[in-house]
Structures are given as C-alpha cells and as structure tokens.
Ligand binder design. Sequence first.
Ligand code: UD1
Ligand code: CA
Length: 453
Amino acid sequence: MSLDIIILAAGQGTRMRSSLPKVLHPVAGRSMVGHVVHTAQQLTPTSIQVVIGHGAQKVREHFADQSISFAVQEQQLGTGHAVAQALPNLTAERVLILYGDVPLITKDTLLGLLAKVQPKQIGLLTVLLDDPTGYGRIVRDSDGKVQAIVEHKDANDAQRLIKEGNTGILAVPRACLVEWLGKLSNNNAQGEYYLTDIIAMAVADGFTVATEIAQDAIEVQGANDRLQLSELERHYQYRSALALMKQGVTLRDPARFDIRGEVIVGKDVLIDVNVILEGSVLIEDNVHIGANCYIKDSVLRNGAIIKANSYLEGAEVGNAADCGPFARLRQGAILGAQAHVGNFVELKNTRLGEGAKAGHLAYLGDSDIGARTNIGAGTITCNYDGANKHKTVMAEDVFIGSNSSLVAPVNLGAGATTGAGSTITGDVPAGALAVGRARQRNIENWQRPVKKK
Ligand code: UD1
Ligand code: CA
C-alpha cells in the first residue's frame, strides 16, 4: 500500500533555550529531524512532508539538498492542525505520522507497525511507562480494544493511572484522515486541535486500532531539553558501540566512545577510550586506535596503528603504517604501507611513500614523498607564498636533514640528501647533497659583553 510520511517539526522547543530550532539539535552528529528523515527514507514512501513553523527557514536550508517537501504551520494550534497543513500535498493511500524531535525510532519498529494494520484499522504505536505524566493515555474497553486517547491534562484520576502512553506515531488511511481532521475541535484543556482525537472518531466510524507496543521506550522518546538530548545521545552511542563489538571490535570502554557518522569495521580492531569517529570512516582488520583520537572521513588499512591523541581528517593510513602520538593528518594525507609519522607532525595534501618516515616535529604540505625517504625533525615545507600553494616532490630514498626548510616548488631526486638546517630553494639532483646554510666560522677568545656598573 502506498505511503506518505508526515514529520511534525513546527514546535518551538522553548526548553532548549537555543536560537537553533529544536529539531536541528544534533544527536550523534546528525540533526534530530535528520535522523527521522533518514529513517523515513528507508521506508521508500511516495513523499516525505516536514511540517515546519518555528525556525522554518533554518529547517528548509538544512535539507536544501534533499528531496523532501515542506508544509508551513504558521501558528502552532496543535498536532491535528499541524498534520492538516501537510494533507493537501499527499496522494498515497495511507499516511504515517512521525515527530522531528523523536530521533531514535527505527525502521524495524515502523515496519512492524505498518505490517500489523488491516483494512478498516488505524495503526498506533504505544509505550508502557512507569511514569506516564504528560503523555496521552490509551483508553481501552473491557475487551482491550482501544477506544480513545485522552491527553494528560484532560484525563480524570482513573485515566491518569493508565501506564500505556501514546507515542504519537500512527498510521491512518489518507481519505479518513482528511475527513476526521476536518471534524476536530479545540474544545479541551489546552485549546488545541489534538491529532489524538481522531482515534475516538475512527472507533465511532467502525474502525479498530491495531497497536504495537514499542519494545524500547527510548526509541519513542522525544527531547525537549538538553538533558533529554544528552540521554538520547548516550543511548544512541551505546547502541552503536554494541553493534561494533558484535562485529569484532574491542572497545576498552563502550561508554567512552562516540560515533558521529557511518563506520565500517573489520575484525580484531582495538579502540581505546575517548575515541571519536566522525563522518565516514573505514577501519580494516587489526587496526589499533589509541586513547583520545579524533578520526573523521578517513581510511585505516589493515594493521594500521593510530597512537594516542592523534587528529585525522580526510586521511588514509596504509597497511601497518603508524602515526602519533599527537599526529595531525589533514585533508589528503596519505601514508603508504609501513610509513611512520611521529609526534607533532602535520601532513596536509601529502603522500608519504611506503616505509617513509617523519618522526618528529614537521609540517609537510602539498608534497609527494617517495618510498623510504626520511624526514628529519623540524622539517618544514614552505608551500605557501602568501598567494599560491606550491608542490614539493621527493623521489625515493631521500634524506632530509633536521630543521630543513624546503621552499616550494622544489624537486629532490632519488637518494638526494639535505644538510641539517638547510634552506632549500632550488632542485637537488639524484644522489647529491645540498647544503643551504652559512658555513660555521669560529672567533677565538670571544669576549662576552658585560653589564655596565
Ligand atoms: C503529544 C500527544 C500525546 C503524546 C505525546 C508524546 C497530541 C495532542 N498529544 O503530546 O498524546 O503522548 O505527544 O510525546 O498529539 N507540533 C507541531 N505543531 C503544533 C503542535 C505540535 O508541529 O501545533 C509538533 C511538536 O513540534 C512536537 C510534536 O508535534 O514535535 C508533539 O507536540 P507536543 O506539543 O510536544 O505534544 P505533547 O503535548 O507532548
Ligand atoms: Ca512532547
């Protein structure tokens, strides 16, 4: 049966105390409403409609590159009113309603709900809660059939004892939704048009309600303030950590590990505490990542070792290569197999060939460095002249003496050597030694200046 999905995201989120619309606050690096849209897309609906109001422009811009539609709810007159704003855009046989601030709902839960619904039924996702304060209550008759949803503020004492709460997520035939929403009134405790009132209307029209109880209450939990947001974040992270452990990763502490994106892992990967993986990260077998590393959009090949406190962004670390502690690999840094980068070395747009080494304190930018080349401590590629970037090219087996400045553009042939402290401004032929520094001169019996009395 064809499906349209409506995502409610017009509310203000006052308790966030933020200039960012609530639904744009991130969980695991992706906006809450972004998670919901991502899950909705996996159901391949006819359309996805996001109802926006507060911060509408920011939400639109957030999704600028995606094929979703928006319906604007100028005034927040209630959830029923919000859904009604999206109705004119819909064409599918049934409609699934989701919430922009309930980000952890899973595809499987939604598919389970949709699969349950028969003709002349509404599908409703409910949740059993120890403390259902604030939730709409699911009112059932003596046979257990759902009769209505009563909002907390409208509920009597007996109804408030009901522990089954409304998640808000429901699936309704579109034609019926149009009819029932048209009959809503705002004659209730909050003066709002409640979406939940359509349940009693459906029952009156001979419909029954197929309910699914959410197995995991956090899946249907919304975030209204930053504490709840942090709870969703921790839960999401724990879920991600468990999934990685199942795939053969040792996490020294799953509570001190964060994924903000998509990670593909091999077997026997070891990850120490406080590691953050962001964007799209590929980790092959036998990789070790030390404590406090930040790794974004990078590839770590088989047996790579990332030592503590390293920062990688847009980098590739080759088979059995290692970097750190305190390495910084920026966009386009590529370490060949068995290459080595030590502490306080920064690489940007630079290939370090197979077995090449930069052990300490160096900046290598816009460079192509051949196999087995050794970069001495304190080496700097002077790649920028204030206007343009220039390239440094080293062939294989080059030896750069400590504290060399390589003024690009510059080429060093195979087996070339530079003397320590050299400023290299011209090409060095293969096999040659370049010494680009003043010759040492000694002045005998030097008298140091003395202070005047
Ligand atoms: C709603 C449900 C309640 C359920 C609870 C679950 C109704 C009437 N009540 O209550 O049964 O237990 O969610 O959390 O549906 N929104 C709009 N426009 C509006 C009003 C709300 O877009 O005019 C959006 C909000 O941004 C939010 C969602 O709808 O994402 C829910 O609104 P909220 O005001 O939080 O509803 P509750 O009173 O919590
Ligand atoms: Ca709510």
